[in-house]
Design a protein around this ligand. Sequence first.
Ligand SMILES: [Zn+2]
Length: 250
Amino acid sequence: MNRQELLDHLQDFLSVSNYQDYAPNGLQIEGKATISKIVTGVTACQALIDAAIAEKADAILVHHGFFWKGEDPCIVGIKQKRIQGLLNNNINLLAYHLPLDGHATLGNNARLGQVLGLTNMAAISGVAQGLVWKGELPSAMSAVAFGEHISERLARAPLVLGDHQKAMKTVAWCTGGAQDYIDIAARFGVDAFISGEASERTFHTANELDIVYFGAGHHATERYGIEALGEHLAATFGLEHVFIDINNPV
Ligand SMILES: [Zn+2]
């Protein structure tokens, strides 16, 4: 398909214009104009780019692309190598950050809730752009037991902070580096909050708010949205799609 047709579809499907983001959403590096094979992955790291070159992909779609706000804009060092690999092989780089987190059915938050088997899922109203969600556990269980459930579903043991014996039924979550949304979760009276990464302060916040915090991995919580987006594009436009999971323990 024509690249512009793909970009127009994604702009609309992900409601990109509703978001104010820290990086450009959409086409970040221009490659060939016709796209038949896409590779998806979480982060546009060198390993993903090398794998996409080996796959002879026409485009790479990622959640974490390039050109973050506040970053040194010079194209030197590892950034030069990554971009050179894309340009030399005429591969497009498309990145969707917050619009992919927030999408109602295949965004990172929606997909994480589905993978964890949560019920009554909804974006918390009043929180911009659907970035914090809440739901219920399939049954009441202790924080320790829910930690084991997360570990099993995501194939990665979470960091658990707060009262490990607390009986839990309700949970809020936001994937990735969203640890400070724990305050929002507490205001909605849930028993627990899940994000990707924790900070030093998260330990004290969880204890003082009496909310159990699960640090389930930035990569691990954001693996599902971009894969689902690739599957959506394959089903909608007949594109060939390969999801490549470059493991990252953080
Ligand atoms: Zn992220």
